[in-house]
Ligand binder design. Structure first.
Ligand code: NAI
Length: 333
């Protein structure tokens, strides 16, 4: 069967890594009809809109998208395409599994945790205003509805994937109302899942524990901003941003993308690591029922890494295209 999937190559290293991943999926024999769309600056130049309605319609119709990173202008310009996409499609879960890639030596060899980040509110609601010159107020929004559904997702995920514990991360000792509501909603949901252990940590203590003994964590559920920061921190535990995948999930649609951004410092030089986007694509393949292809590509990736093939971020010299070729050559074996 041929799958209909939206492809957003994105900015910076996006086009290079999406091309590498599309070639690997094709070589693995997965039949996909890609509907390509621009977003961000490229889309502004071509359509006048950073997040064109045609792109949103394409994802609504196909239900699944693979996305490269998109630039967000800092302190000016259009609002974040990533935040806009998550809001427009109500992609309320940002799922980021963080685990060691066998064969890749990093500071820790026993990390296997899953970050479940709330994706729609908190300080990402974009509600900021100048109170008086020199004073800005940024609103941190927490609703019982969003806190409850992200907790429900985390427990359901734990059950489906044989995970044993869900930990809520918060700062409810200081933000007693906002993070307090997040924690209270989590505890109410946890009571309905007696088969899954639950506990909670304060964000600062959780960060310290993550860099000292990451193996103690299983599933983590966090409000948007803490989830954003902690997922980069966790990426650093297993080799960096080049190897950590992600998925934005709603009730009907799913957009798969790496945790990292557009990496403007290395864009256009054929040196970016496509692994994080490839691992995101493997999550996508499992989502659409192509488990056998996902297993084969995963084995080829692991064999490539075990053979010492490394992109520059991991201390090697192999380029993006050559790295993809190495994986493709091991698919046939
Ligand atoms: P970044 O993740 O793009 O880069 C941080 C560092 O990691 C850089 O040194 C970069 O070279 C390296 N890096 C990232 N991905 C890599 C890869 N696949 N292979 C090798 N090295 C890699 O973060 P930064 O610089 O803060 O953001 C750049 C732009 O990306 C900004 O406009 C930001 O808004 C956007 N961004 C977009 C995201 C998305 O579309 N989901 C997510 C995060 C940032």
């Amino acid at each position: 069967m041929t799958h209909e999937i939206t492809l957003i190559p994105g900015d910076g290293i996006g086009p290079e890594i999406t091309e590498a991943v599309v070639r690997i999926l094709d070589a693995a024999g997965v039949s996909i009809n890609w509907d390509r769309h621009d977003a961000g600056q490229l889309a502004v130049e071509r359509t006048g809109q950073p997040l064109p309605e045609a792109l949103l319609d394409s994802i609504r119709e196909r239900k699944v998208a693979l996305k490269g990173p998109v630039t967000t202008p800092v302190g000016r310009g259009f609002t974040s395409v990533n935040v806009g996409l998550r809001k427009a499609l109500d992609l309320f879960v940002n799922l980021r599994p963080v685990a060691n890639l066998p064969g890749l030596d990093t500071r820790f060899d026993n990390v296997d945790l899953v970050i479940v980040r709330e994706n729609t509110e908190d300080l990402y609601s974009g509600l900021e205003h100048v109170v008086v010159p020199g004073v800005v107020e940024s609103l941190k929004i927490t609703t019982a509805q969003a806190a409850t559904r992200i907790a429900e997702f985390a427990f359901e995920y734990a059950r489906r994937h044989g995970r044993r514990r869900v930990t809520a991360v918060h700062k409810a000792n200081i933000m007693k109302l906002g993070d307090g509501l997040f924690l209270e909603s989590f505890r109410t949901v946890a009571a309905r899942y007696p088969d899954i252990q639950s506990d909670d940590r304060i964000i600062d203590a959780a960060c310290m524990q993550l860099v000292m003994r990451p193996e103690q964590f299983d599933v983590l559920v966090l409000p948007n901003l803490y989830g954003d920061i902690v997922s980069d921190l966790c990426a650093g535990l297993v080799g960096g941003l080049g190897v950590v995948p992600g998925a934005n999930l709603g009730t009907t649609t799913a957009v798969f993308e790496a945790v990292h951004g557009t990496a403007p410092d290395i864009a256009g030089r054929d040196i970016a690591n496509p692994t994080a986007l490839l691992l995101s694509a493997l999550l996508m393949l499992r989502h659409i029922g192509e488990d056998a292809a996902a297993d084969r590509i995963r084995q080829a990736l692991e064999a490539t890494v075990r053979a010492g093939v490394r992109t520059r971020d991991l201390g090697g010299t192999v380029g993006t295209r050559a790295f993809a070729d190495e994986i493709i050559s091991r698919l046939a074996a």
